[in-house]
Each structure stands twice: as structure tokens, then as C-alpha cells.
Design a protein around this ligand. Structure first.
Ligand SMILES: CC(C)(COP(=O)(O)OP(=O)(O)OC[C@H]1O[C@@H](n2cnc3c(N)ncnc32)[C@H](O)[C@@H]1OP(=O)(O)O)[C@@H](O)C(=O)NCCC(=O)NCCS
Length: 369
């Protein structure tokens, strides 16, 4: 209801009361004053922390498990090794380590956070949410939070979701985490999937940027296309196929994918959203300092970058060291860029992802510190 409608209603009721006639109406509640809508606050990433478990799973290790080779994996995907957890280590554990590093970098404690958003497709369990487990392990009392499911686009989706709370002024400090233990849902007898994925996590802190600061998040484009659901999915364990002996026997608790379909969609859509987001913000590819894409396959990244006309020095690739860690790839790639001295204050950075769903995302930002 608009304030104008409210106002006219109030005036009418007041008029009827003043008549003092037979129209006996209840005393109206005082008119609510709607606060003037303020311009959204600018939002920046103020800290970054990442974590991968120490245990390495190399191509040579995989070649002992399935019929594959280092040469095939390097050539077709670009992965040399990935990190995997030991038994008993879960997504929340990786997320907590990444979060602690981000907090330490910014000199904050967990209780300084107001919300925690965890992007993941491998929660410790269906419920409670991984965000609750992370909150408890961090001792982040007074914080609220939730999990967000968008597969490989989960980090960029969580980033923008968290940013909305800061942009509206609702919160001043939001922790956004992308974390996955993909090794928990991989069939290590299926050579077409087991060579791709790894485990890892990244966390960022979102805070308001000064209105005069030219740093922070600039724009985002997100799209989902559920028609692609059958190309990359894990069928078992949900309400459609609850866990039974049969779902286990049929390997329904593992990642299933049509690699070719994902490959083509990823290149087409990442290119499209990247072109759109640059164009609508008045930038060209030559303005970009860094392209930090989701790390699914080196060939997907280079084909997308070629189509966009990006130079190799502007692209961040670390899939060789980590594999596809799903929600963890983009913060891990940010960290790689930083360690290599390639991510500097004021840099124009483009993040892009495609994941199961399909989910598509692009975020344009200026690195703020
Ligand atoms: C999965 C993927 C690496 C397969 O690569 P590809 O070049 O398309 O290979 P194909 O599926 O055409 O298979 C080519 C051959 O290699 C074989 N092959 C598949 N995996 C192999 C492996 N790990 N080692 C050796 N050979 C393998 C196939 O069986 C096939 O053999 P055939 O010709 O005798 O049938 C690729 O399609 C891909 O990366 N897709 C995207 C997946 C992805 O990114 N998922 C996550 C999205 S967020």
C-alpha cells in the first residue's frame, strides 16, 4: 500500500470521526512514517582467506585407481593434482579454516560478523546448515546465516546475496564462504568425473566501502537454466530418491555428468555474461586487469578467454593445483592471483562461473585493498 493511499484513508477516517455521526469506527493507528529510501551503500571485499586440506591426490595416484594418465588429464582438463580431505573432515572444517584466515587478515573476531553465508553442494549433512556448524565452530555468537546451493556458481551467488545486506545498511560485516568436499560425492571408479574434482574453501568479508571510494562490487549478472539439470547432478539422497540400499547400489549418491554438454554450455554462457556485464558498465575487455573464472577445465577457461579477447596475463588459472573445488574455486583463484602479486588495489576484476543447474554468474568489481 502506498503512503498516499494510507494518507487518504487516514484523512477519510478522521473526517468520519469528526462528523460524530453513526459511523463509529475504531481509532486509527498513528500513521507510519516510511523512512526515506536511501541510496544503496557501496560494498567491498575487505579480507580473503582460503584453505585446502593437506592430502594430495595426484594424477599418478588416480592412474592407479582408474584407466587414465597424467598426459590425458593435463591435456583434456589441465589438472596435475588436487587436495582431498581425510576421513572425518567435512565442509564446515574447511570453511572454518578459511574463515579464520579472513578474520585474521582483517584483525576481526568471529563475533564481529553479523551474518555467515556458506555456498556449498556438499554440506556436512542436510541439516543443520553448514552455516550453523561454522558459526558454532567459530564461536560467532549473535550471528545468523544460511547455506546457499548453486553448485559452481555458489561463491558468486553468495557474494551478491551477502552484498545485499551490506548495501541496504542492514549489516556492516558479512562473511561469505564457498566450500566443498567434492571427494565425498565422487565415484572413484568413474574416470570421467573422478579426475576433475578436489576439496577446498575460500572466505571473504564484505563491508561498506566509503561513498567516495572507487572500490568494491560494481555489478552482477546471474541466470539459472533448469533445463540443464540433467547434464550435471547427484540424484540420490534428496526427497525424490531418499537414501536406500537401492540408491547406493545404483551409485545415485555420486556426481553424474554429461561432460560435453557442460563444456559447451560453460563456454557459451560465460562468454555471454562477461560481454554483457562489461558492456553495460561502459568497459571493454582491455579495461580488465584480471579475469578470475570458475576453474572447471583449463580448456573452458582458455576458450572463454579467447572469445572475449583476453590476454593470458589477465587470466587467473590455478586448476592445475586444485582441480575443480566447486564453490571454492573463485576465492582460491583470487588468493593465487594475490600470492603471485597480480591482484592490486583498484584493479578491475571480472569473476565468472557456470555450474550445475545450470547456474551462471558474473561479478564485476574493483579490488579494494
Ligand atoms: C569431462 C571432460 C573432461 C571430457 O573431456 P572430452 O575431451 O570431452 O572427452 P570425451 O568425453 O569426449 O571422451 C573422450 C575419450 O576419453 C575417454 N576418457 C574420459 N575420461 C577419461 C580419463 N579420465 N582418462 C582417459 N580417458 C578418458 C572417454 O571414455 C572417451 O573415450 P572413447 O573415445 O574411447 O569413448 C570434458 O567434457 C569436460 O571437462 N566437461 C566439463 C565438465 C565440467 O567442467 N564439470 C563441472 C562443471 S562446473
Amino acid at each position: 500500500m502506498s503512503s498516499w493511499t494510507l494518507l487518504t484513508g487516514y484523512v477519510t477516517i478522521a473526517f468520519l470521526i469528526s462528523l460524530g455521526g453513526s459511523y463509529r469506527v475504531a481509532q486509527p493507528a498513528p500513521l507510519k512514517v516510511t523512512p526515506v529510501r536511501v541510496a544503496p551503500v557501496k560494498v567491498k571485499i575487505s579480507a580473503l582467506g582460503t584453505y585446502v586440506p593437506p592430502r594430495l591426490l595426484t594424477n599418478a595416484d588416480l592412474a592407479k585407481m582408474v584407466e587414465t594418465s597424467d598426459e590425458w588429464i593435463m591435456q583434456r582438463i589441465g589438472i596435475r593434482e588436487r587436495h582431498v580431505v581425510d576421513k572425518g573432515v567435512a565442509t564446515s572444517d574447511l570453511a572454518v579454516e578459511a574463515a579464520k584466515k579472513a578474520l585474521a587478515e582483517r584483525g576481526l573476531t568471529a563475533t564481529d560478523m553479523e551474518a555467515i553465508i556458506v555456498g556449498t553442494v556438499t554440506p556436512d549433512m542436510l541439516f543443520p546448515s553448514t552455516a550453523c556448524l561454522v558459526q558454532n565452530k567459530l564461536g560467532a555468537t549473535g550471528v545468523w546465516g544460511f547455506d546457499l546451493s548453486a553448485a559452481c556458481s555458489a561463491f558468486v551467488y553468495a557474494l551478491q546475496t551477502g552484498a545485499q545486506f551490506v548495501a541496504t545498511g542492514a549489516h556492516k560485516k558479512v562473511m561469505v564462504i564457498g566450500a566443498d568436499v567434492m571427494s565425498s560425492i565422487i565415484d572413484y571408479t568413474d574416470r570421467s568425473t573422478c579426475v576433475i574434482f578436489g576439496d577446498g574453501a575460500g572466505a571473504v568479508i564484505l563491508e561498506p566501502a566509503g561513498q567516495d571510494e572507487d572500490f568494491g562490487l560494481i555489478d552482477f549478472i546471474h541466470e539459472i537454466d533448469g533445463a540443464g539439470g540433467c547434464s550435471l547432478y547427484m540424484p540420490g539422497g534428496g526427497s525424490l530418491h531418499p537414501s536406500t540400499h537401492e540408491t547406493v547400489d545404483k551409485k545415485m549418491h555420486f556426481v553424474h555428468q554429461d561432460g560435453g554438454a557442460v563444456f559447451k554450455f560453460a563456454i557459451r554462457k560465460m562468454t555471454e555474461v562477461c560481454e554483457r556485464i562489461l558492456q553495460r558498465n561502459g568497459f571493454t575487455v582491455s579495461d580488465l586487469n584480471l579475469f578470475i573464472p570458475h576453474q572447471a577445465n583449463k580448456r573452458i577457461i582458455t576458450a572463454t578467454a579467447d572469445r572475449l579477447g583476453l590476454k593470458p596475463e589477465n587470466i587467473v588459472i590455478n586448476i592445475d593445483r586444485y582441480g575443480n573445488t566447486t564453490a571454492g574455486t573463485i576465492p582460491l583463484a583470487m588468493d593465487t592471483a594475490r600470492q603471485e602479486g597480480r591482484l592490486k588495489k583498484g584493479d578491475l576484476v571480472l569473476l565468472a562461473s557456470v555450474g550445475a543447474g545450470f547456474t551462471v554468474g558474473a561479478t564485476l568489481l574493483r579490488w579494494a585493498y
